[in-house]
Design a protein around this ligand. Structure first.
Ligand code: GN1
Ligand code: MG
Length: 368
C-alpha cells in the first residue's frame, strides 16, 4: 500500500461525520495490516474528543465494503445484547462513525477505503501480559464474544479472507514459496523450514475432525490477540473486543489457540532474543479457566479436549505465515525493522517446541 499523504488524510477527515476542529492526527503503530490514526478534535462544550481512523488494507481485504457490512451487523447485534444486560454500549463494543453520506466506510479519490470508530477512553491495549488478571479478563471477553454471537445469522457474514485459518492451505503456500525462493532467503532459514516440514501432519487434524462431523463451526473472532481487547485502566476489567475484521465462521479451538500463542508467551511476538521466550503454563491455565467460563457452557466436551491442540495449531500456523512472509520479502505483515518477520516466526516455533515438551501437562490442565 502507498504512503498516506497529508492531502489524502485531510480529504478523508473532511468526509466523515466529525464534530469540531481537528487538532491532532497521530499515526499509531499497532496492528500489522491496516494503517491507524488517532484523531483529536476540539469541540466547544466538550473539550478534546478522540476518534480512530483506519485505512483498510485492500490488498489483504479485497472487499472492504463487505467487511464493513460484517462489522455493522456484528456491532449492532452486540449493542442490543449489551443494552439488554444493562451494559454500556458506548464502551463495550466498537461504534462506527459514519461518513458524511451516512456510509460505514469512505472510498477516497486515491482508491483507498477508510473507516472510523469512536475512541474508547481510559482503556489500554496490551502487547504483553503485564498483570495476569488482564489475560484472564481477555479470556472471559473472547469467550463471552463467542457466546453472545452464538445465534448470530451466520449466513449473513461475508468471508473477509478466504481460508483464513486453513492451516493446510497456509502450509501449501509456504511450500510453494520455499520452492520459488524469490529473494534467495531460504538457505538462511533452513532450520526453521525443516522444523515446519517435520510437523506437516498437524495441519490435517482439524479438517479431518470437521469432515467426520466431530467439531462444529461457530462464529469466531479469528484474531484473538491480547492486544485486541481493551482493558479498563481503572478496574483492570476487559471492556471491549476490537478488530472485528475477521469475524467469520471458524473453530473455537483456533480462537483459544491464537490467544495462547500471543499471551502465554513470556516475551513479545517479535522478541529477537529467544532466551526470553518461554511458554507459561500458569498463563495457559489462567486463560483456559477464563475462556471456558466466558463461553458459558457452550463448548462440547470434544472442543474442550481439543483446546491444547488449538494452541499448537495457531502457533504453528502463525510461525508458517511469518516465515512465508519473510521468504516472500515482507509483503503481508508490516515490519518496522529488518528480520522482524523472521523474529516473529522464531518466537512461534520456539513456543510450539515448548508446548510439545509440555503436552501432557497442557492436557491435564484442560481436563481439570
Ligand atoms: C495480524 O492486524 P493485526 O495485527 O490485528 C493478522 C493476524 C495475525 C497477527 C499476528 C488480517 O493481525 O492474523 O495473527 O497479525 N491479521 C490478518 O500478530 O492477517
Ligand atoms: Mg487484525
Amino acid at each position: 500500500m502507498s504512503q498516506v499523504t497529508t492531502e489524502q488524510l485531510n480529504e478523508v477527515i473532511a468526509n466523515f461525520c466529525y464534530e469540531g476542529m481537528p487538532v491532532g492526527k497521530n499515526p499509531l503503530k499497532s496492528g500489522h495490516i491496516n494503517d491507524t490514526y488517532l484523531l483529536t478534535f476540539h469541540i466547544a462544550d466538550l473539550g478534546q474528543v478522540k476518534t480512530i481512523l483506519q485505512r483498510i488494507n485492500k490488498e489483504v481485504f479485497k472487499y472492504p465494503e463487505e467487511l464493513m457490512e460484517n462489522v455493522m451487523g456484528v456491532t449492532s447485534y452486540l449493542r442490543e445484547h449489551i443494552i439488554e444486560n444493562g451494559g454500556n454500549p458506548e464502551r463495550e463494543t466498537l461504534n462506527v462513525i459514519p461518513t458524511t453520506k451516512g456510509k460505514p466506510c469512505y472510498l477516497d479519490s486515491y482508491g483507498d477505503y477508510w473507516r472510523s470508530y469512536k475512541y474508547v477512553t481510559d482503556a489500554t491495549s496490551y502487547d504483553l501480559v503485564e498483570k495476569p488478571e488482564h489475560f484472564y479478563e481477555s479470556a472471559v471477553a473472547f469467550g463471552n464474544f463467542q457466546r453472545l454471537l452464538a445465534d448470530y445469522p451466520v449466513e449473513t457474514l461475508h468471508e473477509t479472507i478466504k481460508g483464513f485459518h486453513d492451516t493446510k492451505a497456509r502450509l501449501n503456500t509456504f511450500q510453494r514459496i520455499v520452492e520459488a525462493d524469490p529473494l534467495g532467503r531460504a538457505s538462511l532459514v533452513q532450520k526453521e523450514i525443516n522444523f515446519v516440514l517435520e510437523r506437516k501432519e498437524l495441519a490435517d487434524v482439524f479438517p479431518k475432525l470437521f469432515f467426520e462431523g466431530k467439531i462444529p463451526l461457530r462464529v469466531t473472532h479469528n484474531d484473538t490477540k491480547l492486544s485486541n481487547v481493551l482493558i479498563d485502566n481503572k478496574t483492570d476489567k476487559a471492556i471491549c473486543v476490537v478488530d472485528l475484521d475477521t469475524v467469520m465462521p471458524g473453530f473455537t479451538m483456533n480462537d483459544f489457540g491464537d490467544s495462547i500463542r500471543f499471551g502465554a508467551s513470556t516475551a513479545a511476538e517479535d522478541e529477537p532474543d529467544l532466551d526470553k521466550v518461554d511458554f507459561s503454563l500458569e498463563l495457559f491455565e489462567l486463560y483456559t479457566n477464563g475462556y471456558i467460563t466466558g463461553c458459558g457452557g457452550q463448548l462440547t466436551k470434544q472442543e474442550i479436549a481439543l483446546l491444547p491442540m488449538g494452541a499448537k495449531m495457531m502457533t504453528y500456523e502463525s510461525g508458517i505465515r511469518f516465515l512465508t512472509d519473510y521468504l516472500q520479502g515482507d509483503t503481508y505483515f508490516k515490519i518496522h525493522r529488518a528480520n522482524q518477520n523472521l523474529d516473529r516466526c522464531r518466537t512461534q516455533l520456539k513456543l510450539l517446541y515448548k508446548m510439545e515438551n509440555q503436552w501432557d501437562i497442557m492436557n491435564e490442565i484442560v481436563k481439570r
